[in-house]
Design a protein around this ligand. Structure first.
Ligand code: URA
Ligand code: SF4
Length: 232
């Protein structure tokens, strides 16, 4: 797909989301929040669901948690427009309650379609609901800062998943901010490795002359990171 085709496909999904009534969250919302970002990005960040500010503006992560997320991205030299940011549920749960399993299930096709269009190399989960969606059965306190392959049935065909705490958790518990900074700092290296894995797996991969060396170097270079950050 070209950039323009991806942009159009994402806009079509967003248009459907904005009028969706597939679950009870439609009743309490002001605006649905489909997500936004670069149609060309290799990195998708998935949060939990819109809060009050997001519900008013129809945009993801524009409140206090969004400011922290932006700060964390800035630390690695990235801007929010460089990535794609969305949520597990696209409409605000009343009083910011947790999304219910049936609401997550009802909204899942939108996220799946977004991921099919974007085909990210790295999928960053923010918080436990996103973690549960992409890496079921793991506890965030144990697996934050670690990566694993994403199940292609989620729509992300060949992505490496990476678990972060939710920025809102770091706003409630200040000590988590440093943890989030450390975890975020490992994302650029993770992207380089994820790219190399995708290139090696792709059917039209280059003749295996230069590629294995480059891959080996990347893997060697990241061994320290693996130990330091507990990446798989
Ligand atoms: N928290 C989320 O999980 N998503 C948002 O978009 C904003 C806050
Ligand atoms: Fe539709 Fe998702 Fe909003 Fe539910 S949360 S109404 S499934 S867009």
């Amino acid at each position: 797909m070209t950039t323009e085709e991806r942009r159009a496909a994402l806009e079509a999904i967003a248009a459907e989301v904005s009028t969706c009534t597939d679950c009870r969250l439609a009743q309490g919302r002001t605006r649905a929040v489909p997500g936004e970002g670069s149609p060309d990005t290799e990195v998708v960040l998935v949060g939990e669901g819109p809060g009050q500010n997001e519900d008013r503006q129809g945009r993801p992560f524009v409140g206090a948690a969004g400011s922290l997320l932006q700060e964390l991205l800035g630390m690695i030299g990235w801007k929010r427009e460089d990535v794609f940011i969305t949520n597990v549920v696209k409409c605000r749960p009343p009083n910011n309650r947790d999304p219910e399993p049936d609401e997550i299930a009802a909204c899942q096709p939108y996220l799946r379609r977004q991921l099919e269009v974007l085909d990210p190399a790295v999928l960053v989960t923010l918080g436990r609901f996103s973690l549960q969606t992409f890496m079921p059965g793991d506890r965030i306190s144990r697996v934050h800062g670690t990566s694993r392959p994403i199940d292609p049935s989620t729509g992300a065909r060949a992505a490496t998943g990476y678990a972060l705490y939710h920025p809102a958790a770091a706003l409630r518990q200040g000590s988590l901010k440093e943890t989030m900074q450390r975890d975020m700092a490992a994302v650029p290296d993770l992207l380089i490795r994820a790219r190399a894995e995708r290139a090696a797996d792709s059917p039209d991969a280059e003749e295996p002359t230069d590629a294995p060396d480059a891959t080996a170097q990347t893997e060697d270079a990241s061994m320290n990171d693996n130990e330091q950050y507990g990446l798989l």
